[in-house]
Ligand binder design. Structure first.
Ligand code: NDP
Ligand code: 5RP
Length: 633
């Protein structure tokens, strides 16, 4: 009986390892078609080989593509066993293109001496040591394959393969909260075999994984667990376990729970919003235990995780390559149909980039909240504000603008729901960490800090009510600017936000030698993530020619054109006591940043006066430091 799902089972290994024998036996056992790759060489390859010449990669390319086509067609049917030496990773990529989720790799593994002896024992066969050695020389053994020792009998080998294929999942997801559930469904709907785990807490969290599996058809073949040992043992080796749990101590606790059951070379992927410093520590700690670690940012919220998030993996590149097919397949796709997933860099760089993504997100959200405040102060109700924002989509569309329009239109009875929501904004830490990082790196990310502090301010609800009694103006605001000017001020502030966010990433990259590519980062943020926008699409090409938005001619012209509206709107807000800290910060930042000779000279003098901290002179370019006796002439 065939217990195996219709997968494409690629049997690979050097010549003489027994691929055809084992492959046909396996196909017979599983009752699925068998294809021997060697039977599908084009005529010119056959001729070349018959002249004793070996094939080069160009000769192989078309042949591998035709095998991929056969495998693709089989994937739409019962699946198949396909035999091909597939010694290099690049060959395997061609073979499994577009069917990554259905592909299973079996590596028939034997020593040089073992295989040579075996070939030479076959009647009528001889293979020179040189030819066999050349195969071993180019062999890139895949760590992700099911490794089968050829010293077993063919029957036993087929048994081992069948057992591994029928009982083991390719990928494990640990933590079935908002994000874990969506990612699990996304993986399963793409055809991946997955194991699911959620903890058991008596009376509170019982059979979470099993119940979840039963709820969705796409999870019918998933394996569900609340026992860590069984979960880990349900995974093919090297095991790939993705954590979607709360950042912080929970991640460390879960890692300790998993460690006793993991083996050398297994991979943990932390997909939560972990602090990048923790990710670096975990990377080193797990490396000391021979466990590989990928710390990845995932953005898109519940819906994005289900339909395609933006994914920002960092850490161990070799480990990433093994989980790449999973992450790239479930990721959102950009305008060119490329996955919004790219290896960010070493250490905690993936989580750093996700953290700054959230910092930019905080600002994008705060700016829309301030626009809401201003339009309310101009007398508009939420529906009218939604209409105004909808008209902005043509010039400055973004995911956050779109959801804000939806939110503003939502009613509960006769009132808008937004009016019933307590005005205390929560946060889970990423905005705070972005601010800490910017201060540590000495980068003026003032917009992010201002957006973060606006959330903190919101939390002082009772004190704000009292301050309102003491300080609020008696007269109603008279904001003297148009909706078009407000749009321009908003647009201006978004430019400053993106300048500051990417600047922070760039400085961190230089400081940590991460070699981050701003264009590629903006590309993976064009879809799937919370800060996707039309402007982000533009940034992909802008960052190809310039790594500093404030030095880019196109952006400079835009800022100049928008600045008068930013000045007008923000000054009107100040005069009318309408709270718009982030919009005000945007113009304030540019005002400070575009001063060629600032008042920092006086600060230096003050520092030198009271603390002899010394200063440099602008009429001496030798970098010499001076100290003045400010009291005695
Ligand atoms: N929600 C979002 O929009 C996004 C969230 N993230 C990040 O993804 C991660 C998960 O977020 P989300 O899914 O929203 O969070 P949830 O709170 O919805 O889910 C948390 C998961 O962690 C599990 N968990 C908590 N404590 C433990 C523990 N001690 N041992 C084992 N499992 C535990 C929970 O299990 P149980 O159900 O049993 O409590 C649950 O499965 C977080 O780091 C978050 O910041 C990233 C991008 C977007
Ligand atoms: O990562 C996310 C989106 O990209 C999460 O939604 C995150 O929780 C948002 O941050 P906060 O809770 O601090 O507002």
């Amino acid at each position: 009986m065939n217990q195996i799902k219709p997968h494409i089972i690629f049997l690979m290994g050097v010549s003489g390892v027994g691929k055809s024998t084992i492959g046909s036996l396996l196909a017979e056992t599983l009752n699925i078609p068998f294809f021997d790759g060697d039977d599908y060489h084009p005529e010119q390859n056959i001729q070349k080989m018959s002249q004793g010449k070996s094939l080069n990669d160009d000769d192989r390319f078309g042949w591998l593509q035709s095998l991929n086509q056969i495998a693709f067609e089989a994937s739409q049917n019962k699946g198949c066993v396909m035999v091909c030496s597939a010694l290099k990773e690049s060959y395997r990529e061609i073979l499994s293109k577009n069917i990554e989720a259905y592909s299973k790799w079996i590596f028939l593994n034997g020593s040089f001496e073992q295989i040579k002896k075996r070939i030479n024992n076959r009647s009528g066969h001889f293979m020179s040591s040189d030819l066999l050695q050349s195969q071993f020389d180019i062999l890139e053994a895949p760590k992700y394959a099911i490794n089968v020792d050829i010293s077993l009998t063919p029957k036993k080998m087929v048994e081992v393969i069948s057992k591994q294929l029928s009982e083991k999942s390719a990928f494990g997801l640990f933590g079935l909260g908002v994000m874990g559930k969506s990612l699990a469904r996304n993986l399963a709907s793409k055809g991946f075999d997955i194991s699911l785990f959620n903890r058991h807490v008596d009376g509170q969290e019982e059979d979470v994984a099993k119940n979840f599996k039963d709820e969705f058809e796409e999870l019918s073949t998933a394996l569900a667990f609340d026992d860590v040992a069984l979960f880990v043992n349900s995974l093919q080796k090297p095991r790939k376990v993705m954590l979607m749990v709360n950042a912080g101590k929970t991640v460390d606790g879960v890692i300790e729970d998993l460690l006793p059951f993991l083996e050398n070379g297994d991979i943990i992927i932390d997909g939560g919003n972990s602090n990048f410093n923790d990710t670096k520590k975990r990377f080193d700690y797990l490396a000391s235990k021979n466990i590989r670690f990928v710390g990845t940012g995932v953005s898109g919220g519940e819906e994005g995780a289900l339909k395609g998030p933006s994914i920002m993996p960092g850490g161990d590149l070799e480990a990433y390559k093994e989980v790449q097919p999973y992450l790239e397949t479930i990721a959102a796709k950009d305008a060119n149909d490329l996955p919004c997933c790219t290896f960010i860099g070493t250490e905690g760089s993936g989580h750093f980039v996700k953290m700054v993504h959230n910092g930019i997100e905080y600002v994008e959200m705060q700016l829309l909240a301030e626009v809401f405040t201003i339009l309310k102060a101009k007398g508009h109700n939420p529906d009218q504000i939604a209409d105004i924002l909808a008209s902005w989509k043509a010039t400055t569309n973004s995911y956050l603008l779109e959801i804000t329009i939806d939110i503003l239109r939502k009613k509960e009875g006769n009132d808008w729901l937004v009016n019933r929501i307590m005005d205390k904004a929560g946060n889970k830490g990423t905005g705070n960490w972005t601010t800490i990082s910017s201060t540590q790196l000495g980068v003026p990310s003032t917009m992010i800090t201002s957006a973060l502090f606006a959330r903190y301010t919101s939390f002082y609800k009772e004190e704000r009510i009292e301050a309102n009694r003491n300080f609020a103006p008696n007269n109603t605001p008279n904001l003297n600017f148009s909706a078009e000017e407000l749009l321009e001020a908003y647009h201006f502030a978004r430019l400053m936000n993106h300048y500051q966010g990417f600047k922070l990433i760039q400085e961190a990259s230089l400081s940590n030698n991460w070699g981050l590519n701003l264009s590629e980062l903006s590309r993976i943020w064009t879809n799937g993530c919370i800060i996707r926008s039309d402007f982000m699409m533009e940034l992909v090409s802008i960052f190809k020619v310039s790594d500093n938005l404030l030095k880019n001619d196109e952006i400079i012209q835009r800022i100049k054109a928008l600045k008068p509206s930013a000045q007008k709107v923000t000054s009107q807000c100040i005069l009318n006591e309408v709270a718009a800290p982030n919009l005000i910060e945007s113009i304030s930042f540019l005002n400070s940043f575009s001063v060629a000779n600032s008042s920092a000279n006086l600060l230096q003098a003050q520092r030198d006066y009271f603390g002899a901290h010394t200063y440099q002179r602008n009429d001496d370019h030798t970098n010499k430091f001076y100290h003045t006796d400010w009291i005695n002439n």
